[in-house]
Design a protein around this ligand. Structure first.
Ligand code: GLN
Ligand code: ZN
Length: 767
């Protein structure tokens, strides 16, 4: 019988129960025991939903982060909380959120958080040093195994594999991460034995690094690891996901494990060659259902290629989603208001479980056994393809008519900069912000009332205008040079634009965990993208009417809209991105016509879309950059285009960022200024730059002197006449009491630098 299983289920709960329990715990409203009990109940509920699977996953649940819990179970928490081994949860939350040591009172810095491969999930980076030891603390996991066993099913623990765990870790004292491999493998060996004692037969070890480029050293580490673990009494299912195996194909096929799971959605091309490479005893688990997107699996086309594989492998074929279902919302049943055609074409985590059963039935009993499902599936897919929102001839014709000239500004940057300088008359070291100002309780309350129908549009607009007017007043008083309207009307930089474009749909409960208790609700991009009306003009116009200083228009760019949505799977992402580009381009042109002289197109997520393999970067960056240029190039030379990016590891993509040809980029740098400046020393960025001068993620008020020092340092890498002065990101999560003094320091730093340079030229006159 074909085994069906999953690598993991969403943890947050259908109604985000885990989020609310965590936050109640942090506020001191419930005890740690009560929180643990909520976790216990959620696991039961999730396993009940998984009835029908042959193996229930264990180890996919975590209160805050799975990598953090894994690190804690290895007994490998970093030095600053190591003495809290007997209070593991406290140690975990301290690392996750920072805070005070419960005994010494010392400030404990939070661990670094970073994205889990190419997903929008963030994990806490394990830290290694020469004192790191491993001492297993897996009682809680063994308890979860017993809990799962009460569900009358076999359990399959799912753990991060040893080599991937090391690869995700960072060494804080220069020791080589792989030096820790022998000790780590000893710990995994014990861990496997303990699970065998608990009645476990199969263990899944996740090594998604197999979907990245691995050098000889790391390939060797995988060989060493799995040769050593082969003597375990548990059978090991080695799992990889998020991409194809590429050059790691032979390695993955021949490592001495009892089974191999691959992502057969993104790595379909691996399947055929693997059939030839796999030893005759090995199980092949195919991730045939997309764990990264929300679309229903097309049954007949999947069976077309799957049936011959089943004929060859028989019961050695297992079926699963491509990766953990952590990355999709829990239950489509909660979305009765979605357009019916769309809804019939979607599958969230629960629905994907049902799809697995259907596919298995078809393989085991023949297609006739799922005849109604097949007919239904095909009918809905056809309905989707003929849905009027999905294919819009005007959009397609317009895109076909786009010529390369649409991606170029009329003149090169130096000429544009000179024209812009004459028009804007900005001082040297011009000051500005990234766009948003505090989203106060009042603002959020007005939005809630408007959505709930408690106030009408006029009342809502009046509230927004009031927020904008306040924002302009404050900026004028502070003496900022380029103002913004403050984005009061935006709940979220992606959702706001998605709501004003056609081709997007929205769920009510389609939450996906981003980190800890933070969840996002990505819009679903399902159709051709149209902009039925101007979106931002009236707000910017209103802001501009209140001040003589220039107000910068504020838009979200096409690559970010794409990367932070669930995107249609019936055409390449690049084509969808071009549609978004054209819609936002219209908005850019619209703002220019309304007299807006500076327009910022945020590409906060440009880096996130990068493929896991370097060899695929160029092609990806090529279309991402060209989408940005298409968005930005409809304006005259005298209109200044800004862009903003939310990360500082730029060195490897600087040429692409330069190719975007924005007049000014503002970037997040405050947390790793030196890194960034080094990048700019190595690569002569040709246009203007605003390296963020203080970290908005911290409530700390920066000192003007520090900002001056930072900018002087920047001026050694980048000519001063091309520098801007700004915080490193938007201010919407901060309070006014923090924002005003911080910006005052920033403006004062700019004044200091200006006074020093009095005898020199104003900005750009040398360009
Ligand atoms: N303009 C947006 C803001 O200021 C940019 C947000 C971001 O970079 N993530 O909030
Ligand atoms: Zn940012």
């Amino acid at each position: 019988m074909t085994i069906i299983h999953i690598s993991g289920f969403p943890r947050i709960g259908r109604q985000r129960e885990l989020k609310f329990a965590l936050e109640a715990f942090w506020r001191g409203e419930i005890s740690l025991t009560a929180l643990e009990n909520r976790g216990h109940d959620l696991r039961d509920e999730h396993w009940r939903m998984q009835q029908g699977l042959d193996w229930l996953p264990v180890g996919d649940f975590a209160l805050y982060d799975g990598v953090l819990e894994h690190t804690r179970r290895l007994g490998a928490l970093p030095a600053r909380v190591r003495d809290l081994a007997d209070r593991p949860r406290e140690a975990e939350f301290l690392l996750a959120r920072g805070g005070q040591h419960p005994e010494t009172g010392a400030a404990i810095e939070a661990a670094e958080m970073t994205k889990w491969f190419d997903t929008n999930y963030h994990y806490l980076v394990p830290e290694l040093d020469r004192h790191t030891i491993f001492s297993l603390q897996i009682d809680d996991l063994l308890g979860q195994i017993r809990q799962a066993q009460t569900h009358q099913a076999q359990v399959k623990p799912v753990l991060i594999g040893p080599v991937t765990w090391l690869w995700l870790a960072k060494s804080v004292d220069g020791t080589h991460r792989l030096e820790h491999l022998p000790a780590l493998l000893a710990a995994y060996g014990q861990w496997l034995e303990a699970m065998a004692d608990a009645g476990v037969h199969w263990v899944q070890l996740d090594e998604p690094i197999l979907a990245t480029d691995l050098d000889d050293e790391w390939q060797h580490a995988l060989r060493v690891a799995y040769h050593q673990l082969r003597s375990s009494r548990c059978r090991i299912l080695l799992a990889t996901y998020f991409g194809h195996l590429g050059l790691n194909r032979y390695l993955a096929a021949t490592l001495p494990t009892a089974g191999l799971h691959i992502d057969a959605v993104r790595g379909r091309a691996d399947v055929e060659p693997l059939l030839g490479l796999l030893p005759a005893h090995k199980v092949l688990s195919l991730g045939v259902i997309d764990g990264r997107n929300v679309w229903r699996t097309p049954l007949a086309p999947t069976l077309d290629w799957l049936e011959p594989v089943h004929q060859r492998l028989g019961d050695r074929l297992w079926l699963a989603p491509s990766c953990s279902l952590l990355h999709v919302p829990v239950d489509l049943e909660l979305e009765p208001e979605l357009d019916a055609t769309l809804r019939h074409n979607l599958a969230f985590a629960r629905q994907k479980l049902a799809e697995l059963q259907t596919l298995r039935t078809a393989l085991v009993a023949g297609r006739h056994a799922i005849e109604p499902d097949l007919a239904d599936n095909a009918r809905h897919l056809r309905a989707r393809q003929s849905h009027p929102d999905v294919h819009d001839h005007n959009v397609r014709n317009r895109l076909r008519a786009v010529t390369p000239a649409w991606e170029h500004r009329a003149s090169a940057w130096p000429e544009r900069a000179a024209l812009q300088a004459r028009r804007l008359r900005l001082p040297s070291w011009p000051t500005t912000t990234i766009g948003s100002f505090p989203q106060t309780a009042d603002i959020r309350e007005s939005r809630r009332q408007f959505r709930a129908g408690e106030i009408d549009r006029d009342a809502y607009d009046a509230a927004m205008r009031q927020a904008i007017a306040h924002c302009i007043d404050v900026q004028e008083a502070l003496g900022l040079d380029v103002l913004v309207h403050g984005e009061a009307e935006r709940n979220d930089m992606v959702e706001y634009f998605a709501e004003h474009l056609e081709g997007f749909a929205f769920t009510r409960h389609g939450w996906v965990q981003s980190y800890g208790s933070r969840c996002v609700k990505p819009p679903i991009l399902y159709g051709d993208i149209r902009r039925p009306h101007a979106i931002t003009r009236r707000w910017v116009n209103y802001a501009q009417s209140l001040t003589a200083r220039p107000v910068k228009g504020m838009l979200t760019g096409p690559v970010t809209l794409l990367n932070w949505s669930f995107v249609r799977d019936d055409q390449p992402r690049r084509d969808t991105c071009r549609q978004l580009a054209l819609a936002i381009r219209d908005e850019v042109v619209d703002l220019e016509q309304a007299g807006v002289a500076i327009i910022q197109i945020d590409e906060a997520a440009l880096r996130e879309g990068l493929p896991l393999r370097r060899s695929e970067w160029d092609e990806h960056l090529d279309w991402a950059v060209s989408a940005f240029r298409l968005t930005a190039s409809g304006v005259s030379d005298a209109t200044q285009i800004h862009t903003h990016m939310c990360y500082s590891d730029f060195h490897d993509i600087l040429p692409a960022i330069a190719a975007m040809d924005a007049d000014v980029i503002t970037i997040e740098t405050a947390r790793s200024h030196r890194e960034l400046l080094r990048a700019f020393r190595d690569f002569a960025y040709p246009n203007a730059i605003g390296p963020g001068v203080y970290d908005i993620h911290s409530p700390r008020i920066p000192e003007a002197d520090d900002i001056v020092a930072l900018l002087r340092e920047a001026a050694r890498a980048i000519p001063a006449e091309r520098l801007w002065v700004n915080p490193d990101c938007g201010l919407k999560t901060r309070r006014w009491e923090e924002v005003e003094p911080a910006l005052r320091q920033m403006v004062s730093a700019a004044h200091t630098l200006r006074a020093e340079n009095k005898t020199e030229h104003d900005q750009y006159t040398t360009a």
